[in-house]
Design a protein around this ligand. Structure first.
Ligand code: PLP
Length: 483
């Protein structure tokens, strides 16, 4: 049997192979950035799928240069770029350079965070960041804890696993447990209920008020109703930054209700968590310190690359509901600080390093100022749109979304919805800007999610101008005089 060729492995004698590969990739990336004409090329799913399907994965190309050229063709040439000021669709952020330096190191060293004997100092760096964030959330020093996760959905799932575990400890059968969350909360809450074996009716949607924040009167009524029906509320989930409206549920009033009904209080701050670093807007999260657990997505409002998220808990004892021990990995009698004891994942990336380098290079205030900038941007855009007669805009966001649509008085509701859907599709096809879409009370709207601190008010108004132009050209052909 011939000896394996080791030229592709990362090791001390292969510095040349490593630097050549990385240098080629960096050059490719920078050339790509230079050649961009917009946030997307407007590629269709069919066009994207066909060349990928043609690749013969059993036959490698001649070398890394050829492989990179193929990657350029299949992906980079039509990638969606979040640093472009005309990208304003989903909760994607441009990323800071210290975090990218972290990515390089994370991948090469390939640390795994499950046990101390696979991560050494990384374990304590992750723990420091969790403790630092939990401190900013106002959790007590003696009991606070948490873990990095793959994203907000996993953080929410784990929070609800802990809440379920606490309820089950009180002897409540699974089929009687309920989670209560606002009608505008993220779908990962209802999905978690299903994953936790509780069924699709276990997540109760509490109505929101006119500003799209959880109606606390309705929450209390729903909690009362659970009790009357013999059901047991296992958790109330407040959202600190709803996906569509960027609204923060009234945290103190919800904490009061949770206290009165003795229910676990989880705050999904996947979007709003970046406020913990904002000197000017930190107060928007007041009341978060009264929760039992918090979801933070560093890969949203902390300008980190995917993945980087955390679950914070008030009381480390509750993490036991996520613990499992194995002789081959983390024996119960081990004295080592094994992060897997409190994680849903086993092998896990050292994502914390990205945030570490970010804080140590830039400092928290600067990251916070990025979020402040986009919050101010969204407010200015809202103010500008709210006086435009052919634009309907929904209540101002506490964070950085603007939900709006093009309206034409000659069209009925269905036709306006259809027109806005077509406007969005045409915008994607044209490749000059990208916006998202959502429904409000069953009515079709468009959405701007502003997470780019480099974008100006004019950049965003230009996007809306494209919406208007398309609205005119795709809408009913009417003489200019009646418009
Ligand atoms: C409020 C909220 N919670 C949770 C999530 C899920 O986060 P992730 O996509 O990181 O799983 C999102 C994603 O947009 C969100 O907006």
């Amino acid at each position: 049997m011939s000896a394996p060729r080791l030229e592709h492995l990362f090791h001390p004698d292969n510095a040349r192979g490593y630097t050549r590969g990385i240098a080629d990739a960096v050059r490719l990336l920078l050339d790509q950035l230079d050649s961009l004409a917009g946030p997307t090329t407007g590629i269709s799913p069919e066009e994207a799928a066909a060349p990928v399907a043609e690749v013969d994965l059993d036959s490698p190309l001649a070398d890394g240069t050829a492989a990179l050229a193929e990657v350029k063709r299949l992906w980079l040439d039509d990638a969606v770029w979040f640093h472009d000021p005309s990208y304003a669709a989903h909760l994607n952020c441009p990323v800071v350079i210290p975090s990218l330096v972290g990515e390089l190191l994370i991948a090469a060293v390939n640390t795994s965070m499950d046990t101390f004997d696979q991560s050494a100092g990384g374990t304590f760096m992750e723990r420091r960041l969790i403790d630092w964030t939990a401190n900013r959330a106002g959790y007590p020093e003696e009991t606070r804890d948490g873990i990095f996760t793959s994203g907000g959905s996993q953080s929410n799932l784990q929070a609800l696993l802990l809440a379920r575990g606490e309820a089950e400890r009180r002897g409540v059968p699974l089929d009687r447990l309920r989670f209560l969350t606002s009608a505008d909360s993220h779908f990962s809450i209802a999905k978690s209920a299903r994953l936790l074996g509780m069924g699709d009716d276990a997540a109760i949607a509490v109505p929101t008020d006119a500003e799209h924040r959880m109606d606390v009167g309705a929450l209390r009524a729903a909690l009362d109703e659970c009790v009357v029906d013999g059901l047991v509320p296992a958790a109330v989930v407040a959202t600190a930054g709803t996906t569509d409206f960027g609204m923060i549920d009234p945290l103190h009033a919800i904490a009061d209700a949770c206290q009165d009904f003795n229910v676990w209080f989880h705050v999904d701050a996947a979007y709003g968590g970046g406020l913990l670093a904002s000197p000017r807007y930190r107060h928007l999260l007041d009341g978060i310190e009264r929760s039992d657990s918090v979801t933070i997505d560093y890969h949203k409002t902390w300008f980190q690359p995917v993945s980087s998220s955390a679950l914070l808990v008030r009381d480390l004892a509750t993490m036991q509901h996520a613990s499992w021990y194995a002789d081959y990995l983390n024996p119960r009698e081990s004295q080592n600080p094994n992060q897997v004891d409190k994680s849903l994942q086993t092998t896990r990336r050292f994502d914390a390093l990205k945030l570490w380098l970010t804080l140590r290079t830039m400092g928290a205030d600067e990251i916070g100022s990025y979020l402040e900038t986009v919050i101010d941007l969204a407010r200015e855009v809202y103010d500008a749109l709210s006086v435009q007669p052919d634009i309907e805009v929904i209540t101002p966001s506490q964070l950085s979304t603007v939900v709006f649509r093009y309206v034409d008085p000659h069209l009925d509701e269905d036709a306006v919805g259809d027109l806005n859907r077509r406007i969005r599709a045409e915008m994607w096809n044209g490749g000059r800007s990208v916006v998202a879409a959502t429904k409000v009370g069953g009515r079709q709207f468009l959405k701007l999610t502003l997470l780019n601190p480099m974008a100006s008010v004019q950049d965003v108004l230009d996007i809306v101008e494209q919406v208007r132009t398309l609205g005119h050209s795709l809408g009913p052909a009417l003489p200019e005089a009646v418009r």
